[in-house]
Write a protein that binds this ligand. Structure first.
Ligand SMILES: [Zn+2]
Length: 119
């Protein structure tokens, strides 16, 4: 899977991305955080011990994206404002997520309007 040709934070709660095959989509940052693939968030086993995710409780800044940093040529690492930065999203994961969680045009317009009224 190719990496997106463009990733852009449309506003504080929406991330949008375009791919070379013409697919374009925007998702909520909270959905990106929700899908965090790191062991802590998924409760995967580490060294034989199941790690339970405490992440479902809301922490300030947890859905605010601080940075997306490329990892090699296969993924991006997300850093969130609550300090969580262990989630590495492969291009395939990102594409799947943007396909599954794509916001409708109506919803996007509503979010844009809401953001504008907050300024
Ligand atoms: Zn995580």
């Amino acid at each position: 899977m190719q990496q997106p040709i463009r990733i852009n934070r449309r506003n504080p709660v929406v991330l949008e991305a375009d791919w070379a095959d013409g697919f374009t989509s925007a998702i909520l940052l909270s959905d990106l955080r929700e899908a965090c693939p790191c062991a802590h968030c998924t409760g995967e086993e580490i060294l034989g011990q199941t790690v339970f995710a405490g992440i479902k409780t809301f922490a300030p800044g947890m859905n605010e994206l601080d940075a997306l940093t490329p990892v090699g040529n296969y993924a991006v690492q997300a850093r969130w404002k609550d300090g969580h930065d262990t989630g590495i999203y492969t291009w395939q994961m990102l594409r799947d997520l943007f396909e599954r969680k794509k916001l409708s045009a109506d919803t996007l317009l509503r979010i844009d309007a809401q953001m504008a009224s907050m300024n």
